[in-house]
Write a protein of this length. Sequence first.
Length: 494
Amino acid sequence: MTATDIESMLSDISAAVALGADTVECRLDFLAKPPTPDQLASLISRSPVDVIATCRPVREGGRFAGDEKKRLEILHSAATSGAAFVDVESDVPRRHWPNAPIILSHHDFEGAPENLDAILADMEASDAAVNKIAFTAAGPEDAMRALDLLRQATKPALALAMGEAGLLSRILARKFGAFGTFAALSKSAQSAPGQPSLEEFKNLYRWDSIGPETKLFGVVGCPVAHSMSPAVHNASFSAADIDAVYLPLRVEPGEENFVRFIKAAAARPWLGLEGLSVTIPHKHNAIAHVGSDNCDELARKIGAINTVTISRDGKLRGCNTDYAGAIDALCNTMKIVREQLAGRAVAVIGAGGAARALVAALSYYGAKVTIYNRTVSRAEQLAEEFDCQSAGLEEICKLDAEIVVNCTSIGMHPDAESSSLESIPPSVKVVFDTVYNPLETRLLKLATQAGCLCVSGLDMFVNQAAAQFELWTGEPAPKNVMKNVTLERLKCSG
Ligand code: NAP
């Protein structure tokens, strides 16, 4: 609870309890004025659930700037008033600890200390009720070190990696028997960097269903915070009653960072990591590390994978479900099988990552592809690689194709009034826009008016997620759930 006065803190406690919190941490250092003993007694006695009293000093990343004597008086008062636990920093001498169950805490905001094991051992030698270690994560591998601590601990423990990359430690705390985890009442009320909200814990990350056997999946990328995949896959696991959780895993750009993450995960088979989605900027790093021999044929041709499956013996396999998602969205709308793309003229607009997956797959199934791109040299390069035609974007008005696929970001929110084509040429019967925000782009509106079949980026997105789900679980994907969650997310993002 990070409110700045006692009454607001009490109303936040009620809100947190209504959302399912069973214990609340009252951050007394957030109060605008140091609380009096009476105020503390009122706060603690009126809380319907157990209170952890914390008054974090500035030196440990908190807001209490007063003197140490005053701070300790506040903590003693909280203890006398019946706080279930009082949080005391590990540099506070034992003689100053209040007479109450203690959460002994150690923070490092700079990074993950080298000597985490020694820090835990020292803390465990004390008579604190719970030991808490929190440090800033540079990557998910640091979050795994927090889980190592939980597995090592012989007493109740909390081990948390802070920051976006530390999320894994906060969610999997339950899998590894942590004393608990910390959730913010809302996104704006975080008491530590990277802390998800209570609502996210419960509804997005399936906190209540996580247990020792829960399997782990995730999306590796940078940035990943806004990925829709966690919402889509977690809702699908729930719908299919699969004991698994899917997390965003922020891995900084660079092959070395990707490899460090994969090696750290491989060294910890107890994590239960069974699959990964891979997104920008790691799609090429992933195929390099997994090895093209362990990837499907089209992924090899594309030179990128977006899906990794990890078998029980730790073997990695790479796939590219982007192309499959796109091709199937197109074929399903046209009511044809992939092989019936052979001989059809297709204009692909764009020469980036999405275009590459589409061009590789369309060429593989025998379509006659022409690539149009703003930067002509990129179009030429791609065309040469996949044996198709190329042209500059200014020649698009002359196109003569049955199918048009937009693989640029033209028309994407907030630039929704743009379109890669100003009118639909008479030869065109099918228009596929890979952009899915907005759902009906200006290009698709023009295509509908011209009487064309329309394929939306939403279908491509749902198909690629469904293909991943099926690869990982061996079960049919709940596509309707995936579609509804995506629509809901898109509505929220405007
Ligand atoms: P990318 O690798 O960065 O490529 C971007 C492409 O768009 C390039 O060809 C670029 O041309 C072109 N472009 C960008 N802005 C332009 C402009 N103002 N005018 C003309 N051309 C422009 O990105 P990507 O990964 O291929 O993604 C492209 C789009 O595909 C995304 O915006 C997204 O909407 C869509 N997508 C959809 C899904 C899905 O599941 N539905 C999945 C992936 C991507 P230059 O080469 O000249 O820079």
